[in-house]
Write a protein that binds this ligand. Structure first.
Ligand SMILES: C[S@@+](CC[C@H](N)C(=O)[O-])C[C@H]1O[C@@H](n2cnc3c(N)ncnc32)[C@H](O)[C@@H]1O
Length: 216
């Protein structure tokens, strides 16, 4: 158990530095990547935020997806453990004059969300799960479920373990899909849509009840 704990701590530390260093090039490279563009299209197809719905984007990075949700009428909150990635998001908020729609952008981790219970209509977490073992994802879902309204929706993505492009990616976690989907369902989340996008799988989820069932 201690080993797993240490592993998660190490990954967080490594990824924080990695994204702080990469922040300046992140957006430029992202939009040149065909797979990332596919992911963006999938997101647009699945996530329909209504006017004044409150949205939280976990691991928001430079805020590509947070900004989209806010442009659709959402009131935005973003959290990420890399201060440098968030600096770029903050610049974009000013550039697009979205200060009145983005309420809070802060440095923090996905497994300790500094928000009230049942506060959000939407919680998204994009491009983060692949860095962590499922044990960590459970903690993130504990928090997602806590802050999501009973009528709320959630959008997350994971690596598609069947995509040929991920075969050589040794630095990402490729979950067994049955395990991942059982985990989702144990939180009383229903899979509304599952979508292949680039080498990721995107999940649109809704709450069906507020109780977590115990996984064996
Ligand atoms: C691939 S980027 C995705 C950024 C954004 N969601 C997007 O799709 O453009 C991964 C992001 O996850 C953040 N991150 C990694 N581990 C995290 C954690 N445990 N808690 C919060 N943010 C984390 C990184 O700092 C980075 O900004």
């Amino acid at each position: 158990m201690k080993k797993k704990e240490d592993q998660i701590k190490e990954i967080k530390k490594y990824r924080r530095k990695y994204y702080d260093d990469y922040a300046v090039n992140y957006d430029k490279e992202w939009w040149n990547d065909e797979d990332a563009f596919d992911e963006f299209k999938g997101f647009k197809k699945l996530v329909h935020v209504q006017l004044n719905e409150i949205v939280l984007d976990i691991a928001t990075g430079t805020g590509t997806f947070l900004i989209e949700m806010v442009k659709s009428g959402g009131i935005g909150y973003g959290i990420d453990q890399s201060p440098k990635m968030l600096d770029h998001l903050k610049q974009k908020v000013i550039q697009y004059k979205l200060e009145h729609r983005i309420k809070d952008v802060r440095v923090g981790v996905a497994d300790q969300l500094p928000y009230r219970d049942q506060f959000f209509n939407w919680v998204t977490c994009i491009g983060m799960f692949e860095y962590y073992p499922l044990e960590y994802i459970k903690r993130v879902f504990d928090e997602i479920i806590r802050v999501l309204k009973p009528s709320g929706k959630c959008f997350v993505d994971i690596i598609n373990p069947y995509n040929i492009k991920v075969e050589k990616m040794t630095w990402v976690f490729k979950y067994n899909l049955d395990d991942f989907e059982r985990l989702i369902q144990s939180y009383g989340l229903k899979i509304l849509i599952k979508n292949k996008a680039g080498y990721m799988l995107q999940y649109l989820l809704s709450r069906i009840n507020s109780k977590k069932t115990v996984l064996n």
